[in-house]
Design a protein around this ligand. Structure first.
Ligand SMILES: CC(C)(COP(=O)(O)OP(=O)(O)OC[C@H]1O[C@@H](n2cnc3c(N)ncnc32)[C@H](O)[C@@H]1OP(=O)(O)O)[C@@H](O)C(=O)NCCC(=O)NCCS
Length: 143
């Protein structure tokens, strides 16, 4: 598996959006708006390739004060549970550290909380709804 940081609005980014649409949005009956995607210009976009196929992705958003938010973590359905999600998270943590961030934060879907707990993230605060489903805030101090 080949991990690459990809530019916003590049051909690879279009593949990442397609994967995110399939894995994260369509199951909820939602779509991305042009404005939502335009707002990702300043984010860092990580993609996992199997040959020419983009099979996993996430993005990082600078939240100020040394905090960076991991968002839109998606692995192609037929490849889930084989370690790819963990690989993406670890690479994003390493990059965040290289860029001087101190803390990774995220909003985890309830169903993904065990995944992030295994990767050393801690729960913060109470459950809340986002995109119409239960979420938890989680964070990890980067070392
Ligand atoms: C959540 C997701 C990104 C995890 O990626 P993945 O490649 O499937 O996960 P990995 O194989 O790297 O899992 C790492 C560990 O977490 C565990 N794990 C992963 N997803 C889990 C889940 N939903 N519940 C319980 N454990 C889970 C794995 O069993 C593995 O444990 P191990 O180290 O003991 O073997 C992926 O399943 C996915 O895209 N899910 C749908 C979209 C989604 O929910 N995204 C997250 C939004 S916050």
């Amino acid at each position: 598996m080949d991990l690459r940081w990809i530019p916003h609005l590049s051909p690879a980014y279009a593949l990442a959006v397609a994967l995110r649409r399939d894995v994260l949005r369509k199951p909820l009956g939602l779509e991305f708006s042009e404005a939502q995607l335009a707002d990702e210009a300043e984010d860092l976009h990580l993609a996992a390739f199997d040959g020419t196929e983009l099979v996993g992705c996430l993005l990082l958003s600078d939240r100020g004060s040394g905090r960076v938010q991991m968002r839109q973590v998606a692995v192609r359905q037929d490849l889930q549970g084989q370690g790819l999600g963990a690989l993406l998270v670890r690479e994003s943590e390493a990059e965040a550290l290289r860029r001087g961030f101190a803390t990774m934060i995220l909003h985890a879907r309830e169903t993904a909380v065990p995944f992030y707990l295994k990767l050393g993230y801690g729960l913060v605060g109470e459950p809340f709804a986002e995109v119409g489903i239960p979420h938890r805030s989680m964070e990890k101090v980067l070392v």
